[in-house]
Write a protein that binds this ligand. Sequence first.
Ligand code: 6PG
Length: 264
Amino acid sequence: MTDRRPPAYELSIPAQAPNLPGEVVVADTVEELVERMSSDLLTHSLNCWRAFGDFHMAVSGGSTPAPFYRHLMTDPICRGVPWKKTHLWCVDERRVSVTDEKSNWRMIEDHFGVHSGIPRSQQHPMEALSDRIEHEYAKALRAALEWRERGQDRLDYVLLGLGADGHTASLFPHSPALSEDGRLIRINSGPTVVPPDRVTMTLPLINSARFVAVMVTGEAKQEIVQRLAANAHARIEDLPIRGVRPVGGILRWYLDRAACEACA
Ligand code: 6PG
């Protein structure tokens, strides 16, 4: 006689989370990961919008966040993000024109540009070829946030990626912008900066944010995730991501299982 009992309830055992500073979310697949990221972003953006009347998010380029951006633009639940009240900022940029295929903004705009409903005047590309970009982008940030109460005038959400050398944003190991402790935006160049030269948000700006999300996926990131987990006291000059420590905000890592397999 065949067994007609329903299959035993399948518990999905969460992947072991590597030892990283802040909160760590591990999902089995990129799809599950971006669902979780989207739901966190939805909640956070609504809270900020209710508290401040708008929402300021800064996003990264690179290949990792593309599935997240796609999900944000296609999942009906994400229509609840207050897009019309959202300002979109660029974490870092290559010093090329925004129409160049290496431009981060080009990739960001492909996803958010027309689909999100964010008014054009609230989308803030980095004009990275301008010699005054450090000053201009910092000024634009201050102007957009200045009407908020002092102390609340900071970015609400910053999405970062992680390079195999431990860089984040365009803050590369031993590069000049990494040690910036005053200015919000810096041009960055030097032997460790993967060409072309960059413009980047600095650690003081990133660390003032209300919520910093670091998205890391895929086997190619196993080694750097393991290195980070094993070197809690590594120097920021060697592993720039170690400098990401929001002062009064949340730091949440989003990893897929493939990226942290080596730590299990
Ligand atoms: C960029 C980034 C950079 C990126 C990492 C990871 O412009 O390239 O802002 O910090 O997030 O290099 O890149 P991948 O997602 O392509 O691995």
